[in-house]
Design a protein around this ligand. Structure first.
Ligand code: ATP
Ligand code: MG
Length: 636
């Protein structure tokens, strides 16, 4: 066995011993007396008897050695602001926000909903909640009133933290009117709203309810707010899933288990070291933002970059598709985390941009959130010359489920595979109809996790244990296992391949095909930038595949001859690689694809539109026009 295999094997055979060791990576106010309580499956409780605090571990703990070192580096290419907060300054800012929240009546266990653009105040608010034991619920700032209202109703926050506006691609997006409308729509009304005024949009304050943070800080700002010591299983936050497949679920996480899981992942997976800089291009509204913009890097004593803006605009607000690499050079970033969708955006630009900067500090680029197709992986890998590490996980897990743990052993990566199960995860592949375990290489089934789930994994669905058990743990016959709702296979060396979501399978004349495989084949065509494949009802074959292709920049396929030729080439390619059954019935060219705000393809909505059905809840869609255009294309 290799070193990593041993490491993983111990985490499974002796979870208590394994995680007792990992628990040493964080500060405990009182050390745990019992490592794991799994007596009531599928619930797993970690580090019982221990008390700790996330904010203490992210901020206070570092003051003794690195008070003067950078902690939070804010870069906004939207407003042209670039500002660094040291750990010492972060400590002051967080206490200031904590004091303001307390002045508004927030205490332990109260919810605080954070609806914020990517500004430092958002991170201050999260850390302030953690500090005083309030439960934060960050809602992605790109959501409109409807999505926000349903989350306010679900979370029942005492206070909402927000700002006058965000900005996207140079366009000001006023948040306050959206928030006011959401509160109007919601049956539950928060008692107070705490606002940051960025001076981007006018705000009307509701008397008695709305407060400017600078006004409260002027009164309460200099108060010392000690960390509230929380029991390990106390709730740290709730966060909603992206809603790619349906109604978002309020994922609830603990305190001690999460802190340990993040500290361990920073060491074993990301290999990030204190004093270095971490750059995740995600958003605090997503789980990656929680774990690897705010808590993970800070717990590890690293500086973290909080980036507001597109990947294609410079700090001078001029077009610059090299901005991220400029930041890597400037802040000597060692670990970077992004998503395939962002890399695909950059891929449309000159690869020479990657060579313009000194990227020698960078050790690895981690990509997650959706399948990493081989052409994209190769392009960025050739350009950067550092390992590109695909990592597979979910909002539910809080940290990677399948990847390569370079900090333990540098196993080689394989294109198309995120890697192997992480320590603590018992990942299996089950037959979706019988629930039988599939152990052979390349046997396709549902990727599941056997309990007890490791530290950091979701505790339950907020306020709904029954839905948690029913939704996640009862979907396969005869077994209490956690379903990821993703298809996968494992090769002979134990590497996993994720083949798409369980509801993204199409059935052509009795043959089951994964849309992901067809997409992978199409995206290998040199003129294809992006592609979505869906199954559409067909009287004869049951379903047929439809492909929507975004051609590479410069390949405008307005000319019908060019389009026909490309369509023919794509069809031939799929037929050659996967067989005639997989060949799309139609290839349509579009300028963009409907995605969630986190960059995930909404195949469900495309499919509905193709079949002339109502696409349902579209509140999570980023650019509804893309879906309308598809609708126009498929009109018979
Ligand atoms: P919902 O559960 O509400 O439909 P969602 O599943 O899109 O939303 P997330 O938790 O943000 O919400 O996404 C997790 C999913 O993203 C995984 O289950 C998987 O389908 C996909 N995913 C994440 N990382 C990878 C990866 N590295 N490779 C392939 N798929 C990935
Ligand atoms: Mg999901």
């Amino acid at each position: 066995m290799t070193r990593y295999d041993d490491f993983h094997a111990r985490s499974i055979s002796d979870p208590e011993g394994f995680w007792a060791d990992e628990a040493q990576l964080i500060d405990w106010h009182t050390p745990p007396t019992q490592i794991l309580d799994a007596s009531n499956p599928p619930f797993a409780n970690w580090f019982l008897g221990g008390t700790t605090n996330l904010c203490h571990n992210a901020v206070d703990r570092h003051l003794a050695v690195r008070a003067e070192q950078p902690a939070l580096i804010f870069v906004s290419t939207e407003t042209g602001v670039e500002k660094t907060f040291t750990f010492g300054q972060l400590h002051i800012e967080v206490q200031r926000t904590a004091a303001s929240l307390m002045a508004l009546g927030v205490g332990k266990g109260d919810r605080v909903l954070i609806y914020m653009p990517m500004i430092p105040e958002a991170a201050f608010a999260m850390l302030a909640c953690a500090r005083i034991g309030a439960i934060h619920c960050v809602v992605f700032g790109g959501f409109a009133s409807g999505s926000l209202a349903s989350r306010i109703e679900d979370a029942e926050p005492k206070v909402v933290v927000s700002a006058d506006a965000g900005s996207r691609g140079g366009k000001i997006v006023p948040y306050k009117p959206l928030l006011d409308e959401a509160i109007r729509l919601s049956n539950y009304k928060p008692a107070a709203v705490l606002l940051t005024d960025r001076g981007l949009a006018p705000m009307e304050l509701v008397a008695g309810r709305d407060h400017l943070d600078r006004d409260l800080a002027a009164v309460h700002g200099d108060v010392v707010v000690p960390c509230t010591w929380l029991v390990s299983t106390d709730i740290s936050y709730t966060i909603y899933t992206s809603g790619t497949t349906g109604k978002p679920k309020g994922v609830q996480r603990d305190t001690g288990g999460y802190a340990v899981a993040l500290a361990a992942s920073m060491k074993h997976i990301f290999d990030g070291r204190a004093g270095e800089t971490y750059f995740s291009t995600s958003d605090i509204g997503w789980v990656v933002g929680h774990s690897y913009i705010v808590y993970g890097p800070l717990i590890a004593g690293m500086a973290t970059i909080l980036y507001e803006g597109l990947p294609t605009q410079g700090i001078d607000r001029q077009p610059d598709a090299g901005i991220w690499w400029r930041l890597v050079e400037k802040y000597r970033v060692t670990v970077m985390f992004s998503a395939p969708t962002a890399v695909r955006v950059l891929k449309k630009y000159d690869p020479a941009l990657l060579k313009k900067y000194d990227l020698s500090s960078l050790r690895a680029l981690f990509l997650a959130g959706e399948p990493l197709d081989e052409p994209t992986a190769r392009w960025i890998s050739d350009g950067l010359g550092v390992p590109i590490i695909d990592n597979y996980w979910q909002t539910e897990s809080g940290w990677p489920i399948i990847t390569i743990a370079n900090g333990v052993e540098a196993k080689p990566s394989k294109f198309g595979s995120p890697g192997v199960p992480m320590y603590g995860y018992k990942v299996k592949i089950l037959h979706e109809a019988t629930g039988e375990e599939l152990t052979g290489p390349n046997e396709k089934g549902v990727v599941v996790i056997e309990g007890p789930t490791p530290p950091g994994f979701m505790q339950t669905i907020w306020k709904d244990d029954a839905r948690f058990v029913q939704t996640y743990w009862k979907s396969l016959p005869g077994k209490l296992v956690y379903s990821t709702f993703d298809w996968g296979v494992r090769d002979a060396e134990g590497y996993f391949y994720i083949l798409g979501r369980t509801d993204d399978v199409i059935n052509v004349a009795g043959h089951r095909l994964g849309t992901r495989e067809i997409e992978e084949s199409i995206s290998g065509h040199a003129n294809v930038a992006e592609v979505a494949v869906v199954g559409v009802a067909d009287a004869l074959k049951g379903q047929v595949a439809m492909a929507f292709v975004v051609p590479k920049a410069g390949d405008a396929v307005t000319d019908s001859d060019v389009a026909l030729k490309l369509e023919g080439e794509i069809m031939k390619r799929v037929a050659d690689e996967l067989g005639a059954l997989a060949r799309p019935a139609r290839v349509r060219f579009v300028t963009g694809l409907p995605k969630t705000r986190s960059g995930k393809l909404l195949r469900r909505a495309i499919q509905a539109v193709c079949e002339g059905r109502d696409p349902g809840d579209l509140t999570t869609i980023d650019d509804p026009v893309t879906l309308q255009k598809i609708g126009q294309l498929v009109v018979p």
